[in-house]
Ligand binder design. Structure first.
Ligand code: PEP
Ligand code: MN
Length: 337
């Protein structure tokens, strides 16, 4: 922690800060500049964070040296973490493609979609059973019935499945069917949910909140990691900006930004990021070029009849074509798909 004293801070104010630092067992090193005093605090940074430094008289500002996300930090774990789900590895050389409908509508549509995306090269199936919808009057998902359909689609294809858990009360139920639990954008800061999924031995796909910074995403991941679950996959899915030509703004720089500071695998969801099927292919390609470890793409047998997110869903043919086009992009950045 570095503490910058105000211009003109008195000797007493500086000494008061020293006293508060030593009172909690830490040391300090002060630099007396021509304009102001700068204090470096030496010792465990968690301890100094317990002090309201910026509220002390004469302090202009303070800033941490260490990342607050300890377990998600690359310094703690230099090598990229690989999260394996039934033989599908996130964070390895192979770019993992997760595909499927926004919502699980019925068993035949789900199995057909699973078979089709598998033939095209997807290695995991997605599908919502509990849907976070903006309006309480729209379709909310088929719940446990949809979880059972996901299990049937997995049995038919061998594809592992990822589905969202929205409520702490449903964790056990969803975990009993899903191979990966998704914590959606709207729940990225639901700390009770994060702590509970952190207690499970099951991979978690944590999506970035639409108004959350990369640091906040990593702090949310830290909730899961610090509760003992090290199987965390991060997902960039677009953030809210002033742009209204797309559903969200895909923040692709989040991929290298996360990888610079964290060892966790990162995938990109161009579907929720753009909201428009025509934009999925270019953004999926860009995501791979940017270093994403995987993609999550919505695919529907007939997007114009989809119960949710039809406008951003690819047809089977469009997905097949996209998968073909992604190969050379992955190869160009030294990856396989
Ligand atoms: C989803 O993936 O089904 C979803 C609702 O996405 P997000 O949480 O990113 O909005
Ligand atoms: Mn959707």
């Amino acid at each position: 922690m570095i503490i910058v004293m105000q211009h003109g801070a008195s000797k007493e104010q500086v000494e008061h800060v020293f006293e508060r630092i030593t009172a909690i067992g830490l040391r300090y090193q002060a630099i007396y500049g021509e304009e102001r005093v700068v204090i470096g605090v030496i010792g465990e940074e968690d301890l100094i964070r317990t002090l309201p430094i910026d509220a002390m008289p004469g302090v202009e500002r303070s800033f941490p040296i260490l990342h607050e996300f300890r377990l998600a930090d690359r310094e703690w774990h230099e090598q990229p973490t690989q999260v394996a789900v039934d033989g599908v590895v996130f964070g390895g050389n192979k770019v993992v493609v997760v595909a499927g409908p926004c919502t699980v509508e019925d068993e035949p549509m789900l199995v057909r979609t699973a078979e089709s995306v598998q033939t095209s090269g997807a290695s995991m199936l997605r599908g919502g059973a509990f849907k976070p919808r903006t309006s309480p009057y729209t379709f909310q998902g088929h719940g446990e019935q949809a979880l059972a359909y996901l299990a049937e689609a997995r049995a038919a294809t061998g594809l592992p499945v990822v589905t969202e858990v929205m409520d702490t009360a449903d964790i056990e139920l969803v975990a009993s069917y899903a191979d990966v639990l998704q914590v959606g954008a709207r729940n990225m800061s639901n700390f009770s949910l994060l702590k509970k999924v952190g207690k499970l031995d099951k991979p978690v796909l944590l999506k970035r909140g639409m108004a959350s910074t990369v640091r906040e995403l990593l702090m949310s991941a830290e909730y899961i990691l610090s509760n003992g679950n090290m199987k965390v996959i991060l997902c960039e899915r677009g953030i809210r900006t002033f742009e209204d030509g797309t559903r969200n703004t895909l923040d692709l720089s989040a991929v290298p930004a996360i990888k610079t500071v964290s060892h966790l695998p990162v995938i990109v969801d161009p579907s929720h990021a753009t909201g428009r099927s025509a934009f999925i292919a270019p953004m999926a390609k860009a995501a791979i070029a940017a270093g994403a470890d995987g993609l999550m793409i919505e695919v529907h047998p007939n997007p114009e009849t989809a119960m949710s997110d039809g406008a951003q869903s690819l047809t089977f043919g469009q997905f097949e074509q996209l998968m073909k086009e992604l190969g050379p992009i992955a190869a160009a950045v030294g990856r396989e798909i």
